[in-house]
Design a protein around this ligand. Sequence first.
Ligand code: NAD
Length: 403
Amino acid sequence: MKEKILSLFGFPPPTPLIKTYGPWKNGTTTVDNALIVDGRNVSNAAALKAIFNELQEGVKQIMANGKVLIYSIQPELLEDVHHSTYQRSLEGISRSLAKELGGKGTTVNLIKLPPNVDVKNYKTVEEFFTSGRSAFITGQAVSANEASSSGREFSEKICVVTGGAGGIGSATVKRLAAEGATVIIADMPQMEERAKTLLSDTSASLSEGKVSFLGADLTKADARKQLLETIKEKHGRIDVLINNAGITRDKTLKNMPEHYWDSLIAINLTAVINLTEDALAMGLIPEGGRIISTSSISGIAGNFGQTNYTATKAALIGYSASKSKELKSKGITINAIAPGYIETDMVKTMPLMTRIFAERLTSLAQAGKPEDIAEAMAFLAHPGAESINGQVLRVCGGSFLGA
Ligand SMILES: NC(=O)c1ccc[n+]([C@@H]2O[C@H](COP(=O)([O-])OP(=O)(O)OC[C@H]3O[C@@H](n4cnc5c(N)ncnc54)[C@H](O)[C@@H]3O)[C@@H](O)[C@H]2O)c1
């Protein structure tokens, strides 16, 4: 998302900063306009009032495009009823505040930690949510497990991006390549030329050697097998598997032709599960591995004419949640990203009014860019994001759909 430039139009000059970060590694945006509030001790009305006061003071000082991050404890992990109840109130506050501050491009998010952890172990999470990298994420409550950073540096990672020649996919390829990772695009064979064009003149150019293209129709079992065999032979492992390939075939349920249903389920769901399970069964995804699937907020809210699409996108959220329990002991995380309205070729076929509504019905009142999703992918793929597992991260500008 382009950060709003309200501060250029007569907004007051910077007031004293509440917290300063940066500069960020790898050329990502520096944001020194962040308010971080630790609400983990809130267990009664007086403590909640103190948070109100702190936030009120903070939001008066924060400038446009600011970042508000609130720490809480996952209520379900607390035995004390009062503590658990009041922790939940922080979720309500952050969701409402996101709507109030969205007009100035400021985001508000809540991180729900386990009890008795050291917040310093969540540096990667904090950096992401207080930087421009999360500019299109707001009003979210993200649960994090215990953290103790480990794993290979990003530059040593082998990443596979399915649908890597598409809008979101190619932005993700560029982002991971900018981190120095080796990236393999897995897309329909006929998309190789498109990938070359999209990625030329970037550090992810196919001629540079760090990024390669493998053609595969992922709905075909033999093509998936060939893909994984080739990756095993050339790279030995997959540190980051991004299941991003997807299509839409919209019709109301009553009028939906069977082939719309079948083709969509085949690519958006069964191909994802089969590719992931095969990669795991072949031992290709090592400890520290990351699996990220592109879901959609439609999979959370439902959408007219999209029963097939939303069946798959909801299922991917379910797959991450249930598979995460099994993979936890192997040190592998699996998460879903739910984009909202993102300007890519896929949405160009939508009627104009639908597109205008999709933009307006968000706290930030604008559409996202493929780069917003790419940043979220890079965040979840990061070695320091090990605490995020089995989650769905909405990157939707605070869309009111399903919120
Ligand atoms: N654009 C949005 O607003 C939006 C919103 C929510 C979710 N998403 C999801 O994000 C993902 C990427 O979407 P996008 O907007 O970049 O779309 P896109 O059409 O630009 O890219 C999709 C890619 O998937 C590839 N693909 C399709 N079928 C394939 C198959 N059988 N085998 C291999 N590759 C195949 C295509 O060739 C294409 O490169 C999709 O899963 C989509 O459902 C997009």
